[in-house]
Design a protein around this ligand. Sequence first.
Ligand code: ADP
Ligand code: MG
Length: 459
Amino acid sequence: MVDLNERNEILDRISDAFFAVNSDWEFTYINAEASSVLFPNARMLIGKSMWSEIPHAVYLTLYAQFFKAMQEQVRVEFDIFYAPLAVWFSVRAYPSSSGLSIFFQDITQKKGISLEKEQHYESLFKYNPDAVFAFDLEGNYLRVNPAMEQMIGYRADELLRMSYLPLIPPEELEKTKSCFYKAAKGITQHYETKAYHKNGGIIDVKVTNIPIIVNDEVMGVFGVAKDITQENNRKTMLLQAEKLTAVGQLAASIAHEIRNPLTSLKGFTQLIEKTLPEVNKNYFAIMKDELKRIELITSELLYLAKPKAQEFKSENIWQIIQDVVMLMSSQALINNIELRTFHLEEMPAIPCVGVQLKQVFINLIKNAMEAMPDGGMIDIVGSRPSGDSIMVQVIDNGHGIPQELISKIGSPFYSTKENGTGLGMMATQQIIHAHSGSLDITSQKGQGTTIHICLPIGE
Ligand code: ADP
Ligand code: MG
């Protein structure tokens, strides 16, 4: 009988790579050839589980075959192409009561032509402009191509340690899981979903999941995915533009319809005020206020109809906001709201269309007031975020906006108010963009909302 050392020496001298695992898949022996070809860190592997220590060993055919050998206690023999080394192996696994003995023989030379064919397929994977990846049946990544790394921002070695689950936003998870599950049952699935990019953003993806079938059995799932975020954005913008045109036409006709009767109403109101001195003066004040309001609404609508190119003049933001605050102060008082301004005097003049910026601040203050039905505080704060721009923040402590609804604000007709038009923020955004500025919204539900407006100072 050979002793242990002698046996190891023999096994080390055979030219095939050889290793053994026990019935828990833990490495019990790795010979010299196997360490040099397959497991550079062989010494650390003894006693550890094969599937957890070398995830890329969960190569699909291999996985299935080894399980078969172990469970059915039969000898298995098969050829595999091991992509990381570009090598063909003939693999034999022999079962014993204590585990499996596995031999790997390099048959790349013998395969010759087949190898070329395999590389053909390998190219389809490696150079595919679409993201291509393979999963095990639990949804763990087994292989990913460079396009996948590019699309999702994670490197292959990061992906190969995880499943797809943490990459899917909660609202898409149910659907995505169900599609994956069906593919794992053998039915190809096409669907659209969303995924977290490593940079924290969310991308829209179009996915095909294809079952990997070996000997009539589903061994895993292939995925092919395409980033369609830009395509979707374009679609949304197109839709928005269409809606805008519709709004514009509607606005123009309504505004015209209202303007003419308004003129005569105004004229006659003035006339009656002069000729009937015995009528309560308060009525006239109210009527004139209401008429002013109608005029304001029609001008907002007309602005939408034709955002006409108006001349930019250098104006003082402080002056503009001061006018607006004056205009709104009585309404603020009635609603128990305090309007305060800070640091606006220190702002440099900016090139702008004054009446349009007034409209912006009227809209923002109106919204802020409407978010505080029980009164509160509106602060309008000027600052200089950079040398070439100014920032004006309109801060309220109203009911706030739920995070998921912030992106909807500014779409035509989007309103949460019973009598809202859902046009104010859209007009506001249009004006700010026409001034090459930017508008951002931050809000805390129940705490309040801040609208940040940045405007360039220009030369
Ligand atoms: P409207 O005021 O007619 O509803 P807007 O376009 O002005 O239309 O505003 C759209 C929606 O944005 C509002 O209905 C409201 O839900 C939300 N909103 C805008 N500003 C605020 C704010 N300061 N606080 C809370 N919600 C706001
Ligand atoms: Mg509004």
